[in-house]
Design a protein around this ligand. Structure first.
Ligand code: MV4
Length: 496
C-alpha cells in the first residue's frame, strides 16, 4: 500500500488530492513555488517543499527536481493532478524508471493517445467512431485538397501533435485550401515542433460530450457515464454537467461502450476521459482522450457517489476496482461552474490581485473545490481559475436554481470574476432548455451579456465584498438602527 504521496501540483487540485490522502491515511507531501509560499495547499498538506521559482518551467514543470524530491522524502507515489506534468509521457517514463508509482496511466498509453492521427487509427480498428477524415498526416497541399474535395467542404485542418483546440483551422472552400494548409503547418511547427497536419470533416455546431472511465491493472474497465461540456469560450470550459439531457438510453449505451473500447485499445489503467463530438442527429465521433484526472471530475463524483481520486490511488496501489458496472447509477444532476479571476465586462482580461472579503457559498448539496482563502494572491504565473462550484439537485432545474443561489452567496473582492457571467448563462433560455452546442457563448450569449446594462448592479464582486465587510465589521451604519433591511437596501445605501 502507498504510504506517502508527493503531489506534483498546486491550487485546488492539490487540495483535492490532499483530502483524498487524509481520508485514506496516506501522508501528503506538497510542493510549492516561491510564489505559492503559504498558499492553502501547503498549509493543508502534511509536508511541504519548495520546488523552485514562480515560473512554472522552473518549478511545477521541473521533472528532475520533482523526482529527486520524491526520492529524498521517501514518497512511494506521485500524483500529477491535471495540467503541468500530468500528460507528459517523458515524465511518466522517468517516474516508472525511478521505481516510484505514478498515479495515472502508463507512459505507453499516454504516448499512444498523444499523436492525434495515431489515436484516430487506433480507434478505427477498435470500434470507436471517428470523424470522417485522414488517419495519416497529409504530405502535400494537393494531396490534401483532393481528399478535402472527396469528403466535401467545410473541413478542419488539425495538427497531429495538437489538442485542446491548438493548431486547428477551418476551411470552407477549395480556393482557401492552400494558404490554410501552409499556415496550419507553420503554426504546428512553431507550437509543437512537429508540422504534421491531417484533415477532418468539420462537424458544425456539435455538442461536446465526454465519458469518464476507470480501469485497474487487471484489465477491469468501468465507465462512470458522461459529462456535457459544451459551455465554453476559446476552448476554456466554463460550465459542465452530468447527466447530459441530450442523451437517451440508447445513445448513452453506445457512447459509453465506445469509451470503454477506446480505453481498452490503449491498454489503459487509472482514470481517463474520452472526448466526443455529437451532432444534432446524436451521431458521435471520437475527438481525443485525456489521460489524466480532469478539472470537471466532481460532477461525476456527485452523480455516481464515487470518489475518483480515491479510486485513482487504489488502482495505482494495485487494487482491483471494487464495484461492478451495474452497481453504478446516475443519481440526480450535478453542475459545475468554474470561477475565473477575469473581467467579463472587459473582454475577459485576466484579473490579478489579493482576494479580499473572500467567502465561499455553502448549504445543502453545494460543494466548493478551491485552493484559495482570504488574502490569497491571484498572480499572472498560473491559471486564473479561483475555484469550482459544484451543485447537486434531484432534477436539473433544482441543480440550476441551486447553482444560481450559491453564486449569489459567493463573495469575492480584490479581483474581478466571471460570477455575473455564469449567472447570466445559467438563467439563459438556451441553457435552461439544454439543447446548446459549443458555439452558444461566442455566437449568442456574449453579445446579449454585453447589451445587458443591468449586469453590474447586483453582481459586482467588489460591491458584494464591501457589503459583506460592512456587515461583518458593523462599520456601515443603517439610516436608522431599528429599520429592518433587505440586501437591496444595503446596496442602495452603499451607492449613496
Ligand atoms: C472539431 C470540431 C468540429 N469538427 N473537429 C476543439 C478542441 C479539440 N479537442 C478538437 N476541437 C474541435 N474539433 C471537427 N471535425 C470542433 C472542435 C471544437 C471544440 C470541441 C470541443 C469543445 C469545444 C470546441 C470549441 C471549438 C471547436
Amino acid at each position: 500500500m502507498i504510504k506517502k504521496i508527493l503531489i506534483a501540483n498546486r491550487g485546488e487540485i492539490a487540495v483535492r488530492i490532499i483530502r483524498a490522502c487524509k481520508e485514506l491515511g496516506i501522508t501528503s507531501a506538497a510542493i510549492y513555488s516561491e510564489a505559492d509560499f503559504g498558499s492553502l495547499h501547503t498549509i493543508l498538506a502534511d509536508e511541504s517543499y519548495l520546488i523552485g521559482p514562480a515560473q512554472s518551467s522552473l518549478s511545477y514543470l521541473n521533472k528532475e527536481k520533482t523526482i529527486k524530491l520524491a526520492k529524498e522524502i521517501d514518497a512511494d507515489a506521485i500524483h500529477p493532478g491535471y495540467g503541468f506534468l500530468s500528460e507528459n509521457s517523458e515524465f511518466i517514463k522517468m517516474v516508472e524508471e525511478s521505481g516510484i508509482t505514478f498515479i495515472g496511466p502508463s507512459s505507453k498509453s499516454v504516448e499512444m493517445m498523444g499523436s492525434k492521427t495515431a489515436a484516430r487509427k487506433l480507434m478505427q480498428t477498435h470500434n470507436v467512431p471517428i470523424v470522417p477524415g485522414t488517419t495519416e498526416p497529409v504530405k502535400t497541399f494537393s494531396e490534401g485538397l483532393d481528399y478535402a474535395k472527396e469528403i466535401g467542404f467545410p473541413v478542419l485542418l488539425k495538427a497531429s501533435a495538437g489538442g485542446g483546440g491548438k493548431g486547428m483551422r477551418k476551411v470552407f472552400s477549395e480556393n482557401e485550401f492552400q494558404s490554410a494548409f501552409e499556415s496550419t503547418k507553420r503554426e504546428a511547427l512553431k507550437a509543437f515542433g512537429n508540422d504534421e497536419v491531417y484533415i477532418e470533416k468539420l462537424i458544425e455546431n456539435p455538442k461536446h460530450i465526454e465519458v469518464q472511465v476507470i480501469a485497474d491493472k487487471f484489465g477491469n474497465y468501468r465507465h462512470l457515464f458522461e459529462r456535457e461540456c459544451s459551455i465554453q469560450r476559446r476552448h476554456q470550459k466554463i460550465i459542465e454537467e452530468s447527466p447530459s439531457i441530450f442523451l437517451n438510453d440508447k445513445t448513452r449505451k453506445s457512447i459509453t461502450e465506445a469509451a470503454i473500447n477506446a480505453a481498452k485499445a490503449c491498454d489503459y489503467f487509472n482514470a481517463g476521459t474520452i472526448e466526443f463530438l455529437m451532432d444534432q442527429n446524436k451521431k458521435f465521433y471520437f475527438l481525443e482522450m485525456n489521460t489524466r484526472l480532469q478539472v470537471e471530475h466532481p460532477v461525476t463524483e456527485l452523480v455516481t457517489g464515487i470518489d475518483l481520486v480515491r479510486e485513482q490511488i487504489m488502482i495505482a496501489s494495485g487494487e482491483k476496482i471494487s464495484f461492478k458496472q451495474n452497481e453504478i447509477k446516475q443519481n440526480g444532476y450535478a453542475i459545475e461552474c468554474r470561477i475565473y479571476a477575469e473581467d467579463s465586462t472587459q473582454g475577459f482580461l485576466p484579473s490579478t490581485g489579493k482576494l479580499k472579503f473572500y467567502r465561499e457559498p455553502s448549504g445543502p448539496n453545494v460543494r466548493v473545490d478551491s485552493g484559495v482563502m482570504n488574502e490569497s494572491e491571484i498572480s499572472i504565473h498560473y491559471d486564473p481559475m479561483i475555484s469550482k462550484l459544484i451543485c447537486w439537485g434531484k432534477t436539473r432545474e433544482e441543480a440550476i436554481n441551486r447553482s444560481i443561489r450559491a453564486l449569489d452567496e459567493y463573495f469575492i473582492g480584490g479581483v474581478n470574476t466571471n460570477i455575473s457571467f455564469l449567472n447570466f448563462i445559467l438563467k439563459s433560455n438556451e441553457f435552461t432548455e439544454g439543447n446548446h452546442n459549443i458555439n452558444l457563448i461566442e455566437q449568442k450569449l456574449l453579445k446579449e451579456y454585453e447589451n445587458n446594462s443591468d449586469k453590474n448592479i447586483f453582481t459586482d464582486d467588489e460591491l458584494a465584498a464591501a457589503l459583506l465587510a460592512a456587515h461583518l465589521k458593523s462599520s456601515f451604519k443603517l439610516k436608522t438602527q431599528t429599520e429592518s433591511y433587505s440586501s437591496n437596501k444595503w446596496r442602495e445605501q452603499l451607492y449613496e
